[in-house]
Design a protein around this ligand. Structure first.
Ligand code: ME8
Length: 518
């Protein structure tokens, strides 16, 4: 029996097409899911769309379309983006699906049965863009005369009959959770932010609305639809079927190992969500990790600035694995990150074309020419050879540690560090000189280099799946020996294995004429 590993992205609002921030979250989560799969876990990776709420209804009205149609159209765009990005998700959930309505209503009933839901009337500030209630002191009136919430979105006054969740009763339990499970929230900045929010005192939360109807109905009171966040957060457990049947085929995945989300929605995931689950008597997720925001050349992306980048354009221009690599290497996961065409081009050329691409093509073409196209047999190993191999063999332990902390950029840096070491090794050993002076020694150096390329390629699979596969084809690693169990000595290349003719995997990026003139 393999250990299970359940990982999720946030489910996006399909009120528009996906943007690069959505692509970033999906790529990063996909890399984590693939890593755990290759490391022998039974992985369930979930993504999807969050289709109810006032924002969806308002957008549909503004566009003059039925809200169901808006949701379907854009949900399909998110699904297509996942395919385009080579995301390996095992399910794609839509909150409009019957399975989800059923789970959410059951969770509501359990919270009610626990005495945590009561009817009253709500009056206060609400941001439709954030789908969030704010205390007056969290808002401010700006010189334009409009009142804004803490995320810089306008708020409006709401007054209506509403059901409330007794969030105020969960403050101490939540603080105990953060204390007992220090890894519950990451990174640390976000953990501190959540702790001080909870310490400042929690008010009961309005969890239903009556002034619009695009949502999941409250059991036994269909005039009310549930607050969209009660509905949205529950998606994670819906997909496992745990609430309906703890012995169901996917129930083993609950509780979730990691919810990967953006920093703007940490409060919902680290405060409301565990409180709802505690109330309903359900197990809590193990970790909530908030990544940063992507900025275009240091500026926030916004429709009014006209700098919103379509992930499809970016991938068409630079190539999928190049874009995946760039985001995972360049941005410190957990912090904001900036991107620009120049930065992407620089990374592609430095790390991919001149780095791993060049290392693989130089060593493999020497093997093709001088070793009859077969993996050569190594002779006695020198200190330099053993040192090189131990650097490669040590990558897995380091990457495992980094990935357990969601430090994807550090795991990638570890792999690239080995590429650089191998470059130095290759240059210092000068196999092209040995070719004339000491053929057995040349064969040893080429063997060691190809073996290092093999391990780099195995570890690069979560980051750049298609390119890593090509590299593994070039060193003739059989399909069943591409997982992490074969890293290190367990999977050493077999001398005599026939190799296909080497082909370049990472071309240099050359800016099109029009770009260089601009
Ligand atoms: O918040 N850079 O949906 P959403 C990085 N439906 N990440 C970004 C980003 C950017 N520029 N912009 C957005 C919602 N994101 C809710 C979630 S989960 C139960 C419900 C991230 O479409 C954002 O932080 O506004 C979030 O994690 C995800 O994209 C979806 O955002």
């Amino acid at each position: 029996m393999k250990d299970t590993y359940f990982i999720t992205t946030a489910i996006a609002y399909p009120n528009g097409k996906p943007h690069i921030g959505h692509a970033y979250e999906l790529i990063a989560t996909d890399a984590m899911a693939r890593f755990q799969r290759l490391d022998g876990k039974d992985v369930f990776f979930l993504t999807g769309t969050d289709e109810h709420g006032q924002k969806m209804q308002q957008t549909a009205r503004a566009e003059g379309v039925a809200v169901e149609d808006l949701a379907k159209r854009n949900s399909d765009e998110f699904r297509a983006m996942g395919q385009m990005l080579n995301a390996s998700n095992d399910d794609f959930i839509r909150t409009t699906e019957p399975r989800h309505h059923q789970t959410v209503q059951e969770v509501w009933r359990r919270m009610a049965a626990n005495g945590d839901i009561y009817k009253d009337s709500y009056s206060g500030w609400y941001s439709v863009r954030d789908e969030a209630y704010y205390q007056e002191e969290e808002t401010e009136v700006r010189p334009d005369g409009i009142r804004y919430g803490p995320q810089g979105t306008p708020v409006e006054w709401v007054e209506e009959e509403s059901y409330f969740f007794r969030l105020s009763a969960y403050g101490d339990k939540l603080l105990k959770l953060y204390e007992d499970q220090p890894d519950f929230i990451g990174p640390n900045e976000r953990r501190n932010e959540v702790i001080s929010f909870v310490k400042s005192g929690l008010k009961d939360l309005s969890i239903s609305r009556t002034t619009f109807d695009w949502g999941i109905k409250v059991p036994d009171d269909p005039k009310h639809v549930m607050y969209v966040w009660v509905d949205a957060l529950t998606n994670y457990i819906t997909a496992t079927g745990y609430v309906e049947d703890v012995n169901g085929p996917r129930a083993k995945y609950w509780p979730c190992d990691a919810h990967i989300i953006g920093k703007d929605i940490i409060r919902f995931h680290a405060v409301y969500w565990p409180a709802f689950l505690m109330s309903a008597g359900l197990p809590l997720p193990k970790r909530v990790y908030a990544h940063g925001f992507l900025l275009n050349k240091g500026e926030k992306m916004s429709k009014s600035l006209g700098n919103v980048v379509d992930p499809v354009d970016l991938v068409n221009h630079f190539g999928l694995d190049q874009v995946r690599y760039f985001f995972l290497r360049e941005v410190s996961f957990g912090h904001d990150g900036s991107y620009s065409a120049e930065a992407i081009a620089t990374r592609i050329n430095a790390d991919l074309a001149n780095g791993i691409g060049n290392l693989a093509s130089r060593s493999l073409s020497m093997i093709a020419k001088n070793c009859d196209g077969k993996i050569p047999a190594p002779g006695p190993l020198t200190e330099a050879d053993t040192a090189m191999l131990s650097i490669a063999d040590a990558m897995l332990a380091t990457c495992r540690e980094e990935m357990a902390q969601q430090a994807i950029h550090k795991a990638v840096a570890t792999i690239i560090g080995t590429v650089n070491e191998a470059d130095r090794y290759f240059a210092a050993q000068e196999p092209w000189v040995l070719r004339k002076t000491d053929v057995p020694r040349m064969e040893t150096v080429l063997y060691v280099t190809a073996e290092v390329v093999r391990q780099i390629a195995i570890l690069f699979q979560p980051i750049m799946p298609a390119s890593a596969e090509k590299l593994l084809d070039l060193v003739a690693v059989p399909e069943e020996k591409r997982n992490f169990a074969y890293l290190g000595e367990a999977g050493r290349l077999t001398p005599g294995t026939e190799l296909q003719a080497p082909a370049p995997v990472f071309p240099r990026y050359v800016a099109p004429e029009t770009d260089t003139k601009a």
